[in-house]
Design a protein around this ligand. Sequence first.
Ligand code: HEC
Length: 219
Amino acid sequence: MSKYPSLLVAWALAIVIATPTLAGKKLGLGREATPQEVAAWDIDVRPDGLGLPKGKGTVAQGEEIFQAQCAVCHGEFGEGKDRWPAIAGGLGSLKNDRPDKTVGSFWPYPTIVFDYVRRAMPFGNAQSLSPDELYALTAYILFLNDVTKDPKLELNEGNLAKVKMPNAATFHDDDREKTEKSFWNKQPCMKDCKKTVEVLGRARVLDVTPESKTAPRVD
Ligand code: HEC
């Protein structure tokens, strides 16, 4: 029983924290976020390009910024250095045992490059790049991935969303309501169900952890 009062307090506090405007007016706590503060958070870019800021940048400009701020981790050609991630290559590898999921091989929309780099890169100095630098970097990353073969490409808020990505067609809307209709049963079977679980293999028999030739044997 003693748990419940503290849970209620935590819940009430969560509401106060989650609704600063309401709290500011009704409870005299906090203040409304300023338009600048809201704008600083509101940086998402949609697949159709909504949210892209004004700006422009070319492959060549992007190359210069990439070599100065990104290549130390991602390699000069986006191939990845040491254990930092590759962001180019891997086209056609998605069905392999170890797929190479890069911008070119996996990502469905070009705007994700802009959005992701804007919010997260360079690693350790995120959100330090200007819109022009971001368009230039996006152009260079798409060029590294052969998504565009035009070295003179200039990207801007009008043409970025129109770039077609190689893996776009394999993404589709969530269709689980249709394809998994059999699971959405109002009265799920709880007893003597027709379909019984069939054990197809056991990890020990399948030998999922092959022994190393040098390390001690583990059973
Ligand atoms: C200090 C190392 C470092 C630097 C410098 C850096 N990155 Fe990254 N980058 C990372 C790491 C680590 C990740 C993976 C982050 C994660 O998965 O959470 C990443 C992820 C990415 C990805 C997504 C990769 C994927 O397929 O998920 C892109 C695109 C990218 N970085 C672009 C850039 C650009 C452009 C710059 C330069 C402006 C840059 N990075 C600078 C370390 C770095």
